[in-house]
Design a binder for this molecule. Structure first.
Ligand SMILES: Cc1ncc(COP(=O)(O)O)c(C=O)c1O
Length: 370
């Protein structure tokens, strides 16, 4: 045999490697005796991540996807032309746009309402899918999953209840234990926690839905890549300690912000200890017009809060949803959900809370008399 051929077929003997952590299976293909077939269908790193998250959120099935948006897109693909979807009015801007685009393109009926209100609008007809976040982005309103599930399943038993659980995290809320059919996450946020990887996850207790979603993921090529799965799995190991620290920081900073005249309102979700057991990191505040008119200047005085699209990371961040996370919606749509330029999103990281407080205080002081 020629050296070239021997070299081509050279492989490490890993039968005695016993690695302490799962290596990255950077494979597209597997040999015919493998359980994995092809990485568009499945991959060991993806499977490990799926199992680790579904156990945390207490569901039977988990499916990782390239991003949070692809998890939403796969869910929407369960609908057929002519069917009706309800979306809660307070929802991430790109999710709203995707749902709007999907319903126009595929001939579905879209209904937008506020599910965080005390009572559900009795005039609403039967739905094929109900999609919402709780706590909501923006404003962190909480929606009673069990109540919404009971209401819409009584109208139509096959109605699918889909909950974007990104901001609650798999640790603090398990939507499928309260009547949700599908819970999904942008794993890019809290689960990654380091602003260095993108991913999404779909969770369910229903085998029929897991099978449907798995085959759609296979045919659309929406499976997560092994490298990202490995990073997310690694991040998941520290999710609880990160959130514990960030929850403490968040409470301290909320108490401080509530004392500030420049802050007109602080939004923090209802933690009832039952549906939502704790909360960390992301809050909204309404700032007075003096600061909003000079928002860029206010941000420039902050040394510990970076600006941009990231959030729920180990470092703190500030953003204006009107021009950022909800920029894809038109002004009327933003007005309908009650969003204007004065609402600011803060994401508290793992810095010392005193330092975060001092940084905000310094920026408030610098803006005095502006
Ligand atoms: C609540 C929520 N869902 C979904 C997404 C989309 O996730 P991704 O950016 O991973 O596609 C985001 C992104 O900000 C989000 O905030």
């Amino acid at each position: 045999m020629k050296n070239k051929t021997i070299s081509t077929h050279t492989r490490a003997d890993v039968t005695k490697a016993f690695p302490a952590a799962t290596p990255i299976y950077q494979n597209s293909a597997f040999e015919s005796q493998s359980d994995y077939f092809y990485s568009r269908l499945n991959n060991p790193n993806v499977a490990e991540l799926e199992d680790a998250i579904r156990v945390l959120e207490d569901t039977d099935y988990g499916l990782a996807t390239t991003t949070g948006m692809s998890a939403i897109q796969l869910t929407l693909s369960l609908l057929k032309p002519g069917q009706r979807i309800l979306v809660n009015k307070h929802v991430y801007g790109c999710s709203f746009k995707l749902i709007q685009w999907y319903t126009e393109h595929y001939g579905l009926e879209l209904v937008v309402t506020d599910l965080s209100l005390e009572s559900i609008d009795e005039k609403l007809k039967e739905m094929d899918m109900v999609f919402f976040e709780t706590p909501t982005n923006p404003f962190l309103f909480t929606i009673d999953i069990a109540k919404v599930s009971k209401h819409f399943k009584a109208l139509k038993s096959t109605c699918l209840l889909v909950i974007d659980n990104t901001w609650a995290t798999p640790l603090y809320q398990s939507p499928c234990s309260f009547g949700g059919d599908i819970s999904l996450h942008s794993a890019t946020k809290y689960i990654s926690g380091h602003s260095d990887v993108m991913g999404g996850i779909l969770l369910t207790n229903r085998k029929d839905l897991a099978d449907e979603l798995r085959s759609r993921r296979f045919y659309t090529g929406a499976n997560l890549d092994p490298n990202s799965a490995w990073l997310l799995r690694r991040s998941l190991h520290t999710l609880d300690v990160r959130l514990e620290r960030q929850a403490i920081n968040t409470k301290r900073l909320v108490d401080y912000l509530e004392t500030k005249n420049e802050v007109k309102k602080v939004y923090y979700p209802k933690v009832d200890g039952k549906q939502l057991t704790n909360y960390a990191t992301l809050i909204f505040i309404d700032l007075d017009s003096n600061i909003i008119d000079n928002y860029g200047q206010f941000c420039s005085h902050l040394k510990l809060f970076s600006t941009g699209t990231g959030m729920a990371c180990v470092t703190s961040m500030i953003a204006q949803p009107y021009t950022g996370s909800h920029a894809s919606m038109d002004n009327c749509e933003k007005e309908d959900m009650g969003l204007d330029k004065s609402t600011i999103r803060l994401s508290f990281g793992m810095e010392d809370p005193e330092d975060l407080m001092n940084d905000l205080e310094n920026a408030f002081q610098q803006m005095k008399g502006k």
